[in-house]
Design a protein around this ligand. Structure first.
Ligand SMILES: NC(=O)c1ccc[n+]([C@@H]2O[C@H](COP(=O)([O-])OP(=O)(O)OC[C@H]3O[C@@H](n4cnc5c(N)ncnc54)[C@H](OP(=O)(O)O)[C@@H]3O)[C@@H](O)[C@H]2O)c1
Length: 371
């Protein structure tokens, strides 16, 4: 049972509050049982103005009352001094220095940007998969100069990585290491932020290139699915799945869908003979997250929802299931080249971005990492 924080909710800020991910943060945090929105940050273009006057609001529901008249601040820690936590939906061009400054000012930073994902002391946490990686936070704080008491950075993964590591984690939990994996994505245009790709480039079209995306998927997956090893001197490091090398080949495409990344995945298991499609379906259904078990209120009951219909999942029909907090799979079948193939669909702005950060923060709060 989740604790009740009513009356003493944790004050939080949103950096990049006007953007695609920032708006989703605002929707999700405006009625949150643990957190209360206290400060909003964006660029100098927006700072000093009321939120409703500058935001190009693109959500289905109206701007929450609580933020309509809130004045946007520059992304400087002094404007967020009453907050314990900030959620970052900042553009990667600026996220690095700003997030580092907030950590230095002893705030807990939950970031969607790529800047710290490769940092050897910053965990890259998909909350339905690897909350155990929180164990590196203390080292991050101790190695900081000067050492930190409360400040840290946790990142979540690229939106296309997130959808596909969840079923992979379920398979590794049930059947042991995966040896190789081929993946082809069909990614929604909201994944590129607002205003994103011009309509004349994407309508009636498929763009078979997203800069840097394939490399991110191939690298981030190893950090997320790998473990943390501890040396004799107590120093921890990410093992990048090196005990059982995992080869991944990703092909990324942009398609004219608003929200929800669909991905076709084929895997080969180390285990011989490999599991049957039915055993794989059962493993997906049985998989649950530590975040849900801990009582994180935004964690979905169905971590991996398995569709039996031959033409599902589909982004338009399935992206809002469980508020987009889980992933949907379907078409689980034998692969004649590797072992098993299936389709996964994940909401790129929910579990692919804001919802992941929020579950990460809920978990950190329940575990006592947020002071
Ligand atoms: N969209 C997705 O599905 C998705 C998924 C996972 C991760 N991400 C990552 O999340 C981050 C945000 O993505 P997005 O799609 O929300 O982008 P976006 O719509 O372009 O929003 C960017 C935000 O950054 C702010 N910003 C820009 N320059 C700034 C500056 N110099 N100082 C302070 N704030 C500044 C913008 O504020 P102004 O309005 O004032 O310019 C805006 O609030 C990116 O790092 C992206 O890679 C996105």
């Amino acid at each position: 049972m989740a604790p009740n924080f009513e009356g003493k909710k944790v004050k939080v800020g949103v950096l990049g509050a006007t953007g695609t991910v920032g708006q989703r943060f605002i929707v999700l945090l405006s009625e949150h049982p643990f957190f209360v929105l206290h400060a909003l940050g964006a660029s100098q273009r927006s700072a000093g103005k009321a939120y409703s006057k500058v935001v190009a609001w693109k959500q289905v529901r109206a701007i929450p009352h609580v933020v309509r008249d809130m004045v946007i601040q520059e992304c400087k820690p002094e404007h967020f001094s009453e907050c314990s936590v900030v959620f970052s939906g900042l553009d990667a061009d600026v996220a690095g220095n700003i997030e580092a400054a907030f950590r230095e000012a002893e705030l807990a930073v939950f970031s969607n940007a790529k800047n710290f994902r490769r940092d050897p002391h910053v965990p890259l946490i998909v909350p339905l998969v690897n909350t155990s990686h929180y164990s590196i936070i203390q080292q991050q704080q101790q190695l900081h100069s000067p050492p930190l008491k409360k400040g840290f950075i946790v990142t979540n993964a690229n939106c296309s990585t997130t959808g596909f590591v969840v079923p992979l984690a379920a398979l590794e939990k049930a059947f042991g290491p995966i040896e190789s994996c081929m993946i082809t994505t069909m990614q929604a245009i909201s994944g590129a932020g607002y205003p994103g790709i011009p309509s004349l480039d994407i309508l009636d079209n498929v763009v078979p290139y997203i800069s840097g995306e394939e490399e991110k998927m191939e690298w981030e997956t190893l950090k997320i699915l790998g473990g943390i090893s501890t040396e004799d001197d107590g120093k921890k490091s990410f093992d990048m799945h090196s005990k059982q090398p995992l080869r991944i080949s990703a092909s990324c495409n942009r398609v004219p869908v608003l929200e929800g990344h669909t991905e076709c995945v084929s895997v080969r298991f180390a285990k011989r003979p490999p599991p049957s499609p039915q055993q794989v379906r059962e493993a997906f259904q049985a998989y649950t997250s530590d975040a849900y078990a801990m009582g994180c209120p935004s964690a979905p009951r169905h971590t991996v929802y398995v569709h039996e219909e031959p033409d599902r999942p589909q982004p338009r029909l399935d992206r809002d299931f469980q508020l987009g907090a889980g992933v949907c799979v379907g078409r689980v079948r034998e692969c004649r080249v590797l072992d098993i193939k299936f389709v996964v669909m994940a909401n790129n702005v929910a579990i692919g971005a804001a919802t992941s950060s929020i579950i990460n923060a809920e978990f950190a709060l329940l575990k006592g990492y947020v002071a």
